[in-house]
Design a protein around this ligand. Structure first.
Ligand code: PGA
Length: 238
């Protein structure tokens, strides 16, 4: 089974999300479909017959006094199963630190939910890519238990929303590097997704990557018909 995780980011109005939710029921997949809408729309996604629910973020501490944040306990009460953590937009625009990311992973695992840990290098860091990725993994994984639940999303920052993607050879090599590193250091078999400009134009090419466990899809996931094409093309791979 593979994962097809839709990350809506800060998009869609109330009317648009209502239409979107109506159409989800028409999607069919033998893979795991996950939707991560804006948190204000999580209650719209309660009829989870053919998909699972994810959140785009969680607070780095338990429920209590923290204006504007959302606690893991609140997400859990809305049937959220997956939580994206360490997305580059949060790391770079909102200055989310490695300590916060580590704390979030801890809370997600403690609550028996699945962290989708995003890691990735900037364009100017490509030559140092392996070190960057290993450091991001280590900071998030330090002092954690039950890490076997974690999903890693490899998202090169230069590929997010740009239409550019690495070659299939590069993705294959990096995915294997991540899996081998995590297996050797943490004794777990980690699932690794690719994210960054996944679209109907490059999905055939991406599906050639032999060791990838699925995709984290941003912009394209806002259009349910485009998402349907991707879901169907992945069905051919099953
Ligand atoms: P994109 O975003 O598909 O729009 O490039 C992916 C992501 O940031 O998760």
């Amino acid at each position: 089974m593979k994962w097809i995780i839709s990350n809506h980011k800060m998009n869609l109005t109330k009317k648009e999300i209502e239409n979107y939710v109506d159409q989800i029921s028409t999607l069919k997949s033998s893979n795991e479909l996950v939707f991560c809408p804006s948190s204000i729309y999580l209650p719209y996604f309660q009829n989870q017959v053919n998909y699972s629910l994810g959140a785009q973020n969680v607070a780095d501490r338990n429920m209590g006094a923290l204006t504007g944040e959302i606690a893991i306990q609140q997400l859990k009460s809305l049937n959220v199963k997956y939580v994206i953590v360490g997305h580059s937009e949060r790391r770079n625009i909102l200055n989310e630190t490695e300590e916060m990311i580590n704390q979030k992973v801890k809370l997600i695992l403690e609550n028996a939910m699945v962290p989708v840990l995003c890691i990735g290098e900037k364009e100017e860091e490509i030559n140092d890519r392996e070190n960057i990725l290993m450091n991001e993994i280590d900071s998030a994984f330090t002092n954690q238990v039950n890490l076997d639940q974690v999903i890693i999303a490899y998202e090169p920052i230069w590929a997010i929303g740009t239409g550019k993607i690495p070659t299939t050879e590069e993705i294959t090599t990096i995915t294997q590097m991540i899996k081998d590193y995590v297996h050797k250091k943490y004794q777990i078999f980690c699932r690794v997704l690719y994210g960054g400009s996944v679209s109907i134009n490059n999905i055939d090419e991406l599906n050639q990557v032999p060791n990838i466990d699925g995709y984290l899809i941003g912009g394209t996931s806002l259009d349910i018909e485009k998402l349907r094409v991707i879901i169907e093309k992945m069905e051919e791979e099953v």
